[in-house]
Design a protein. Structure first.
Length: 276
C-alpha cells in the first residue's frame, strides 16, 4: 500500500496508488491520495521522469533534423512517451491523471471538493518542482551547453507561448483526453507489454499534435528557463508563462476530469450493477 498524508492527516484511502481508478471505478473501493510532507518526493518524481525523456528527445530531435530536416517531430514524441511509461510503472504521481481520479472521487462523494482541489494543487506544484530540478541539472551538461533558440525545444516552447487563450484551452482539453485514455488502459490491461505500447501510442499522438499538457510543459519550459537562450525565446516571460500554465491547467481539468473521469464515475456509480 502506498500511503501519503497531507499535514499528518489521512484524507483518502486506497490499497495501491497506481490502481486508484481501477479500484474506484471497477470495484468501488475508496482509494488513498494523501500527501505527507515527508513524502513530497513522490510528487516530484513525475516532473523528474517527464523532464528526463523531454531532455533526451529534444537533443535527439536536433540531431536527426540535421540529417533529415523535419524528422525530429516524428522522433521526439516517441522518446517523450517513455517518460509516462516510467511514471506508471514506477508508481509516480501525475497531476493530469489526478484530475481524472479526483473528479471521479468527488462525484462519488469519496472525497470533499475542497480537499481534492488542495491535493491537486499540491501535486501540480511539486510536479513543477521536480521538472525544475531536472531542468537545471540538464543545463549543466554538455548536451545543453550548445542549445540554440531555433533548436527543437526552443522552437516548440516559442510556438506554445505564441498561442492565444482559446487555442491553448482546446489544445489542453485534447491533450488530457489522450493522457487519461493511456492511464485507463494501463489500469485495465493485464499484459505489461500491452500496457507499455498502448501508453506510448496515446502519448505519441498528443505530443505529435503539439497539444498542451501541463506536466509536459513544465518539462520543456524548465529546460529553457535555466539555459542561456531563455532571453532569446520569444514570449518567454513570467506573465506569459503563468498565463499559459493557468489556461492549460483549466483545459486539462476539463479534458481529464470532466470528459473522462466524470463519465466513468457516473457509469459506475452503482456498485451492485457491476459484473467483473
Amino acid at each position: 500500500m502506498v500511503v501519503i498524508f497531507f499535514k499528518g492527516k489521512l484524507v483518502w484511502q486506497n490499497r495501491h496508488l497506481s490502481q486508484k481508478l481501477h479500484l474506484l471505478v471497477r470495484r468501488k473501493r475508496p482509494y488513498l491520495i494523501v500527501v505527507r510532507q515527508s513524502m513530497l518526493f513522490v510528487l516530484c518524481t513525475l516532473g523528474l521522469f517527464l523532464t528526463l525523456s523531454t531532455a533526451a528527445g529534444a537533443i535527439a530531435a536536433d540531431v536527426i533534423n540535421k540529417i533529415v530536416p523535419g524528422s525530429g517531430r516524428l522522433l521526439f514524441p516517441f522518446i517523450f512517451a517513455w517518460g509516462l511509461v516510467y511514471i506508471l510503472f514506477l508508481n509516480a504521481e501525475l497531476t493530469t491523471s489526478n484530475m481524472m481520479y479526483l473528479t471521479a472521487g468527488t462525484f462519488l462523494k469519496k472525497i470533499k471538493f475542497s480537499k481534492a482541489l488542495l491535493i491537486l494543487l499540491y501535486c501540480t506544484f511539486f510536479n513543477l518542482v521536480g521538472a525544475a530540478i531536472i531542468g537545471w541539472i540538464f543545463n549543466q551538461t554538455v548536451a545543453y551547453a550548445g542549445l540554440t533558440p531555433d533548436g527543437f525545444v526552443g522552437t516548440v516552447v516559442a510556438n506554445k507561448l505564441s498561442r492565444g487563450n482559446s487555442v491553448v484551452l482546446f489544445e489542453a482539453i485534447a491533450a488530457n483526453i489522450f493522457v487519461n485514455v493511456a492511464i485507463l488502459s494501463f489500469l485495465l490491461i493485464k499484459s505489461s507489454t500491452a500496457k507499455m505500447w498502448i501508453v506510448i501510442s496515446a502519448i505519441y499522438m498528443f505530443v505529435f499534435l503539439t497539444n498542451e499538457h501541463l506536466a509536459a510543459n513544465f518539462a520543456s519550459f524548465s529546460l529553457i528557463a535555466f539555459n542561456k537562450i531563455a532571453s532569446q525565446v520569444q514570449g518567454f516571460d513570467v506573465f506569459n508563462i503563468l498565463r499559459h500554465f493557468s489556461i492549460t491547467f483549466i483545459g486539462n481539468v476539463i479534458g481529464g476530469g470532466l470528459l473522462i473521469g466524470l463519465p466513468y464515475a457516473w457509469m459506475n456509480k452503482d456498485e451492485e450493477t457491476y459484473v467483473d
